[in-house]
Design a protein around this ligand. Structure first.
Ligand code: FPP
Length: 241
C-alpha cells in the first residue's frame, strides 16, 4: 500500500490517553471489560489510520502503574486482552510494516506477557512505516525514578561525570530514549488530566481533551483532531515570526 507524504503541518508523534472504556460499557449495562474489548478494536482502527494521516509515531497508554488498584477481575482481564491482542496482531504488524515497542516497567508483568512483548519487539524491529509504542505498567514518575536509578549507577561506577548532566542527559535514560517527544497528546472521555503520562517528554506538546469515550473514537474524529493541530502555532517559548 502506498504511503502518502506526511503533511508538514501535521503532528509527527501523537500520544493518546485512551479513557472512557468503563463508562462506555456501564452506559450499556455491560461489564467494564466489554468496554476494554471495544477499546482494543479502536486501537486497531487508529493504528491502521496513522500512516495515511501522516503520523509516524503513535504512543498509547494501555495500563498505568496506578491501574493495579482496579479489581483483580479487571486487571486479569486487561492482561489477558493485551496477550490476545499481541498474539493476534503480530503478523499484521509485520505485514503493515509497524514497529512495536513497549514502555513501562515490564518486570512486574507476568512472564508470559513479557515474552510476547519481547517477541513482538523483535519480530517488528525492521519495520518503519509506523512506530507504535504501547505503555503497559507505565507511569511518568516511575519512569523518571527508574531512569535516575540507572543514571546514578553510571555516576557511581564512573561512566558518567555528574557535572555534565543536563537536559539532554536524562532523556537518554528514559524508556522513550529512541522516540522523539510527542507533538500532540490526546485524551478522550472529557477528563482534562495528564495522569502521569509522558511527563518529561510532553513539556512542549499540544493537548487535546476530547469528550468522546475511547470506544467511540473513530478514524474520522482522529483525522479532525489532527487537522486542528495543523492550524495551531507552536512557538516553543519563542515569538511568532
Ligand atoms: C481507561 O478507561 C482505559 C484503560 C485503563 C485501558 C486501556 C485499554 C484499552 C483501550 C484496551 C486495549 C489496549 C490495547 C493496547 C490492546 P477506563 O476504564 O478508565 O474508563 P472509565 O474512566 O470510563 O472508567
Amino acid at each position: 500500500m502506498a504511503t502518502k507524504p506526511r503533511s508538514e503541518a501535521g503532528p509527527r508523534h501523537v500520544a493518546i490517553i485512551m479513557d472512557g472504556n468503563g463508562r462506555w460499557a456501564q452506559s450499556r449495562g455491560r461489564p467494564r471489560l466489554f468496554g476494554h474489548h471495544a477499546g482494543a478494536r479502536r486501537v486497531r482502527e487508529i493504528v491502521a489510520a496513522c500512516p495515511d494521516l501522516g503520523v509516524e509515531y503513535l504512543t498509547i497508554f494501555a495500563f498505568s502503574t496506578e491501574n493495579w488498584k482496579r479489581t483483580q477481575t479487571e486487571v486479569a482481564g486487561l492482561m489477558s486482552l493485551f496477550r490476545r491482542y499481541i498474539i493476534k496482531e503480530m503478523q499484521e504488524f509485520v505485514r503493515e510494516d509497524v514497529r512495536v515497542r513497549f514502555i513501562g516497567d515490564r518486570y512486574r508483568l507476568e512472564p508470559g506477557l513479557r515474552k510476547l512483548m519481547e517477541e513482538a519487539e523483535q519480530m517488528t524491529a525492521h519495520c518503519t512505516r509506523l512506530n507504535l509504542t504501547i505503555a503497559i505498567n507505565y507511569g511518568g514518575r516511575d519512569e523518571v525514578a527508574r531512569a535516575m536509578r540507572r543514571l546514578a549507577r553510571d555516576v557511581a561506577e564512573g561512566r558518567l561525570d555528574p557535572e555534565t548532566v543536563d537536559e539532554q542527559t536524562l532523556p537518554r535514560y528514559l524508556d522513550t530514549r529512541v522516540l522523539p517527544d510527542p507533538d500532540l497528546v490526546i485524551r478522550t472521555s472529557g477528563e482534562a488530566r495528564i495522569s502521569n503520562f509522558l511527563l518529561w517528554q510532553s513539556a512542549y506538546a499540544e493537548y487535546e481533551f476530547i469528550d468522546t469515550l475511547w470506544p467511540d473514537f473513530t478514524r474520522d474524529i482522529f483525522a479532525r483532531v489532527l487537522a486542528q493541530y495543523g492550524a495551531r502555532d507552536r512557538r516553543f517559548g519563542a515569538v511568532s515570526a
